[in-house]
Write a protein that binds this ligand. Sequence first.
Ligand code: PNS
Length: 173
Amino acid sequence: MRDPLAAPVPKRRLIAVYPGSFDPLTNGHMDVIARGSRLADQLIVAILSNTQKQALFTLDERIAMIRDATAALPNVQVDSFTGLLVDYAAQRGANVVLRGIRAISDYESELQMALMNRKMRPETETIFLMAAEEYSFISSRMVKEIITLGGDVAAFVPSAIAERVRAKVRETK
Ligand code: PNS
């Protein structure tokens, strides 16, 4: 194990990747993006393009929604990726992976993912932001379920994308 005090700390830009499925983007994600954009020089919101997982919103819809919601944050970019997150981070020159943690139940899988990623690419540090209390109960999985059952999710998603989400509710009815 490398001695963390032995190496000089290089001055460098903090380029963070915030990966996820974002199906759809929620107020909880938005909180992490806004806070992450204040910490990082550049924040790349990277949507996993997963052909195996059945998504409610297409990749293009998710990209458009996140672009709309983050339009006021100049250092935030929206992108998609396939394959390993650490490979994507390397390709984008990112030194940090950003993730949010809502509750202790998130911790176990997030820890495992961070350790696996660190083993594969030690240069990439994972930074966790604790979710804001008011959003800590929101999950994309439940928002998605409410949408497919025709419910109103306006309280759980950024207002900039509420109309697109309503359109999906009408479409799935
Ligand atoms: O929003 P999610 O579904 O919790 O995000 C999970 C995500 C996309 C961060 C994770 O599945 C991921 O990084 N997938 C890419 C493939 C990969 O690198 N797998 C190894 C991680 S240990």
